[in-house]
Design a protein around this ligand. Structure first.
Ligand code: FCB
Length: 461
């Protein structure tokens, strides 16, 4: 059996809008998620990110929890509206101080900060000026990156520009399920481009202000398989893969958008012709700046058939009982295949699995324990895939479980629980779930063997 190496980066991940709360404190400005959640009908349980896990006040305790887990790294995001409450202008000192203290607290605890600059919480003030649909937002992001890296660049060694540009572009601007809730496929293409362009430009700024640090981007990558080998279904899978994965991977690694997906967009009326109106000279080279690492978020894969118009239609391949609470299929071997594919087709220097996890509602039983065996199985299966791919030679350097805490799961509100720690949102009590105990053992041993029996190692925090 292959073990993980000594220097493997074991981590947990969160994001500011999902855990911090404190939205009116420390001079923070309004984010597009504050505004979106305040609009009736947008969040399934009618909740908002106003308090969330109150990490803004409880961060020291949360560091203690990470120390208990034994993780060597913590992936978190900076709330852009804490740094630039009005979008542009002078950075807010209190906002920078908050993250300065968090970073120092992590380092003192022996935990490496792995910082995401944009985990979706654009300042509302920038949205009012066109948001990611406007090219000016790329400049605002570069200025924001400069402000943060000037302050933290001496201590933070891992920087992520954007989290999951597909979600921002597609869920936020094409489907309307996420902030800012637009339904405009033409705008969504522009948004994706501006995200990629600002990634490239901001990466240069990270390198100036944090010499020797590693810079990358995090993509949500979802393998798409055809339901049958019919030409129609195979083409539907190609289209789906193009939209979800290659639209981002190709510009980043090859400096161009995939021609077949451009053709698909022309056919659907989202582009007038092969010229992309939002691309200016120099953009593609800026986007393709070499990455120190690619962050891969993996939750599931999709299987599609061709609808009447040839467009992909998802089909379920497992029984209902095997879906997570998000309705996603548990497909650990999809991660193995994905890691190989990325390595083969794009060859990133390093891959970090920056998110992986599952939503299950399990809460405390009569004795106060949270028996989330399904999450243990999920994590075990996916870590096994990562371990196999590593053993084959795919350069996987880190794994971050999503998430440290149950939190604000965007349009789903607080009902979808991804945490290793169960959170009582009324009292802010946190309880380590069975999966937290299990992960702790895995991290300590650097091996999946050590934690064979879920109940063997139960210790309370
Ligand atoms: C990803 C997001 C993350 C979390 C998980 C479940 O798309 O990056 O914030 O919500 O999904």
């Amino acid at each position: 059996m292959h073990e993980f190496p000594e220097d493997f980066l074991w981590g947990v991940a969160t994001s500011a809008p999902q855990i911090e709360g404190g939205v009116h404190e420390g001079g923070r400005g309004e984010s597009i998620w504050d505004r979106f959640a305040a609009t009736p009908g947008t969040i399934a349980d009618g909740s908002d990110p106003g308090i969330a896990c109150d990490h803004f006040h409880l961060w020291r305790d949360d560091i203690r929890r990470m120390q208990w887990l034994g993780v060597g790294a913590y992936r978190f995001s900076i709330a852009w509206p804490r740094i630039l409450p009005a979008g542009r202008g002078a950075p807010c000192a209190a906002g920078l101080d908050f993250y300065d203290a968090l970073v120092d607290g992590l380092l003192a605890a022996g935990i490496r900060p792995f910082v995401t600059l944009n985990h979706w919480d654009l300042p509302q003030a920038l949205q009012d000026r066109g948001g990611w649909g406007s090219r000016e937002t790329t400049e605002a992001f570069v200025d924001y990156t400069a402000a943060v890296t000037r302050r933290l660049g001496d201590r933070v060694r891992h920087w992520v520009t954007h989290n999951e540009p597909w979600c921002i572009a597609t869920l936020g601007h094409e489907d309307g399920h996420h902030a800012p809730g637009h339904r405009d496929p033409v705008e969504a293409l522009r948004v994706a481009h501006h995200l990629l362009l600002s990634h490239g430009r901001a990466t240069q700024v990270v390198r100036q202000n944090a010499p020797g640090a590693e810079a990358g981007i995090v993509l949500n990558l979802t393998p798409a398989r055809p339901a049958t080998m019919s030409a129609e279904d195979v083409d539907a899978a190609r289209r789906c893969d193009g939209l979800l994965n290659r639209w981002f991977l190709d510009p980043l690694f090859r400096g161009r958008y995939p021609a077949d997906v451009v053709a698909d967009r022309i056919r659907r009326g989202h582009l007038a012709g092969p010229e992309l109106p939002f691309v200016q000279p120099g953009d593609m080279a800026a986007i393709a700046v070499p990455l120190d690492f690619l962050g891969v978020n993996y939750y599931s894969r999709v299987t599609v058939r061709a609808g009447d118009d040839g467009e992909p239609v998802p089909v379920r391949t497992v029984p209902e009982s095997e879906l997570t609470d998000m309705g996603w299929e548990v497909q650990p071997e999809g991660l193995y295949d994905l890691l190989h594919r990325i390595d083969r087709e794009y060859g990133p220097a390093t891959i970090h699995i920056t998110e992986n996890g599952a939503a299950y509602a399990d809460g405390p039983d009569a004795t106060g324990q949270v028996a989330d065996e399904r999450r243990v199985e999920f994590l075990r299966g996916h870590l096994r895939s990562a371990q196999r791919a590593r053993a084959d030679g795919v350069p996987i350097a880190g794994y971050f479980a999503w998430s440290l805490l149950d939190n604000f799961e965007w349009a789903h509100g607080y009902a979808k629980r991804f945490g290793l720690f169960w959170v009582d949102f009324a009292t802010q009590e946190r309880i380590p779930k069975e999966s937290a105990h299990w992960y702790r053992d895995v991290v300590a041993a650097g091996s999946l063997q050590a934690a064979a029996s879920p109940h063997a190692s139960r210790r309370m925090l």
